[in-house]
Design a protein around this ligand. Structure first.
Ligand SMILES: Nc1ncnc2c1ncn2[C@@H]1O[C@H](COP(=O)(O)OP(=O)(O)OP(=O)(O)O)[C@@H](O)[C@H]1O
Length: 270
């Protein structure tokens, strides 16, 4: 479980990126932070692995203040996936995936063997392991980024616009893969995006952020869609768009919220 407790971040120069933000990310759940550019999403994400320390407030992982943790060890224990993969260009795919396990004491041979399994797990042919990142498509590079983040078997995955730089079709594939992976792995995921559809698809809970890291609304996709907190959220989620028209259908005795395209967005009740 990750807890943000009244965190504020003012950068040098006076820019207040986040103000008094509190939120709980339950274990084994995906929470999506969604908001427009500059709403503080990346700042919040980086507080978890101490790439940014809050100016005030605390971030706790399983009850422990991250500031008590050595930043390097903390970062190695948390998976981190970035928009552009962040792969090391002069290392093969296998070596990219094996880097952190080797740094934390796994033998090179064991780490490379595990890397092959991880590539398969994210839907890649392990034969791609001998290539360099530039020899892969954007979507394949992002999959390698996910495999690398999973390599140390972290409980927590931080994902910062991981699918932001790929075309819409590949993006959809990667989103579906992540849903599948998460159902198998049950990680605690913080997922940052500016795409509300992606947030609704992937998030068990969604935090809609306004400027300055202010929470405009936090809830399940169904809660936000069916009862947007204010005009800002209504505009942001596009509640007025016809394809968003929510209705409830009965599936096996459960009331499920379905959008205008017939896509389930959440369970409303038994
Ligand atoms: N290192 C920094 N120094 C000064 N200001 C910063 C720094 N990093 C971020 N900011 C400012 O803090 C605010 C929030 O930035 P942040 O990157 O967290 O937002 P974001 O929601 O992730 O945006 P985007 O979607 O564009 O990545 C912005 O106004 C940004 O200019």
């Amino acid at each position: 479980m990750i807890e943000f407790e009244h965190v504020t971040k003012t950068y040098a120069g006076g820019a207040e990126a986040v103000r008094d933000f509190s939120c709980v990310v339950p274990s084994r759940r995906t929470v999506a932070f969604v908001g427009s550019s500059g709403s503080g999403k990346t700042t919040l994400l980086r507080m978890v692995n101490r790439m940014v320390d809050p100016s005030s407030g605390r971030v706790l992982i399983d009850g422990e203040d991250v500031r008590e943790r050595n930043p390097v060890e903390l970062r190695r224990s948390i998976g981190y996936v970035l928009q552009h993969g962040g792969l090391l260009p002069h290392r093969t795919v296998t070596d990219n995936v094996a880097t952190v396990p080797v740094l934390t004491g796994t033998t090179r041979r064991a780490a490379r063997a595990a890397a092959a399994g991880l590539l398969e797990r994210v839907g890649l042919d392990p034969a791609l392991g001998d290539r360099y990142p530039a020899q892969l498509s954007g979507g394949q590079q992002q999959r390698v980024g996910v495999a690398r983040a999973l390599a140390s078997d972290p409980n927590i995955l931080l994902m910062d616009e991981p699918f932001g730089a790929v075309d819409p079709i590949v993006r959809r594939e990667l989103q579906n893969e992540l849903v599948r992976l998460q159902s198998e792995l049950g990680k605690t995921i913080v997922f940052v995006t500016h795409d509300i559809d992606e947030a609704f698809l992937l998030g068990d809970e969604v935090v809609v952020l306004a400027t300055g890291g202010r929470i405009a609304q936090c809830g399940t996709p169904a809660e936000i869609l069916s009862a947007p907190a204010d005009d800002f959220v209504r505009d942001f989620v596009g509640s007025e768009r016809p394809e968003r028209r929510l209705h409830a259908v009965d599936i096996d005795g459960r009331s499920v919220a379905v959008d205008g395209n017939g896509r389930p967005v959440g369970v409303l009740g038994a």
